[in-house]
Design a protein around this ligand. Structure first.
Ligand code: ADP
Length: 238
């Protein structure tokens, strides 16, 4: 199951990268298309252009190639979108149990108490299981990195008519005000070579895409609480 999660994570980050690249390539491609079309019209209008047919042929083959590139980027965007959200009705408690299960070995080994207090009456939500796993793996991995041996991490859920909120509380190193303002920025890390600084920026993107909210409170040397709330239905699927 861990392999599956890793695979899903890799696929979705590759998907996002592909979508980003495809999107960026589309703009210059549109410029090439427009300018080449203009060039074609200018040559076409000139009666006396030497070797006119030959030039028009060459330009048409450039334009055809632009269309081919555009098809490729469209397919890349479509592929990323399919990977992006796959909605189903699910029990967030199940997802949390599964995800924390991936980390129990490390917690046990370091004598960290990883406790779950799950609201059995929390409503089921329409969401993306794989992406929720990725979100909570990121949050829990950060908590594991923050707590000392024999520390504790408490995960609790509570549901209401609107959806479900999850609190992940650790008694680790906490964060300064300066750190707190940067944590959702891509590539921001305090872990030097051990961190990528991508975990929380990806997490933020996923939570937003699933219609949720994420907030954080932290105090140096006391610990950190991440609160994530998900609606019963994601309203805007971006
Ligand atoms: P990375 O873990 O690779 O550094 P993240 O985006 O997941 O990247 O986290 C960014 C930074 O946020 C971390 O380097 C760390 O300073 C801080 N952080 C995140 N979670 C916690 C936590 N539970 N306790 C203390 N600091 C945290």
């Amino acid at each position: 199951a861990l392999r599956q999660v890793e695979h899903a994570q890799k696929l979705s980050s590759i998907g996002r990268l592909a979508a980003g690249v495809a999107h960026e390539i589309n703009n210059p491609l549109a410029v090439i298309n427009e300018k080449t079309g203009l060039m074609r019209d200018l040559i076409d209008l000139r009666e006396d252009f030497p070797d006119k047919e030959r030039y028009l042929q060459l330009i048409d083959s450039v334009l055809k190639t632009v269309i081919r590139c555009r098809d490729i980027t469209r397919r890349m965007l479509g592929f990323a979108r399919r990977l992006d959200v796959s909605l189903e009705e699910l029990d967030l408690n199940d997802v949390l149990q599964e995800t924390s299960g991936f980390l129990t070995q490390e917690a046990l080994h370091r004598k960290i108490e990883l406790s779950l207090t799950l609201d059995a009456n929390a409503p089921r939500i329409v969401s993306d299981r794989g992406q929720l796993q990725q979100v909570f793996l990121n949050i829990l991995n950060n908590a594991l990195a923050a707590v000392p041996d024999a520390g504790r991490i408490d995960v609790c859920t509570r549901g209401d008519g609107e959806g479900v909120c999850v609190e992940v509380r650790d008694n680790g190193c906490g964060m300064s005000k300066d750190t707190l303002t940067c944590i959702f920025e891509p590539f921001f890390t305090t872990k030097k070579t051990k961190g990528t600084g991508l975990g929380l920026s990806i997490t933020y993107g996923i939570v937003k895409r699933l219609g949720g909210e994420i907030s954080v409170e932290s105090e140096v040397d006391k610990g950190t609480v991440f609160t994530l709330c998900f609606p019963k239905h994601p309203k805007h699927e971006a």
